[in-house]
Design a protein. Structure first.
Length: 89
């Protein structure tokens, strides 16, 4: 589906269940920027705004979860060891 077709669907006065299904399928695979731009279009049906907002919220939560699962480098790991005195054994 093209962006123009997506906009035509989300701005329908009375979207059908089939329309909602197509919108959600597109939104789940679309870039966040595309969804954000679509939400800024005037005339988006209230239900569609709620659904697209939910998709964005899920993406944000997934990104946060991914970031929290990454090992964070500790200060100790990134600091070179300090050598004191004679280092010869």
């Amino acid at each position: 589906m093209s962006f123009e077709e997506f906009i035509a669907l989300i701005t329908k006065e009375q979207p059908t269940l089939e329309d909602v299904s197509e919108i959600m399928t597109f939104a789940e695979s679309a870039d966040v920027e595309v969804i954000w731009e679509a939400l800024q279009t005037s005339g988006v049906h209230t239900i569609i705004v709620a659904l697209l907002t939910n998709v964005l919220q899920q993406r944000i939560q997934a990104a946060r979860q991914e970031l929290s699962m990454r090992p964070s480098p500790s200060v100790q790991d990134s600091t070179p060891p300090v050598v004191t005195g004679n280092s010869r054994a």
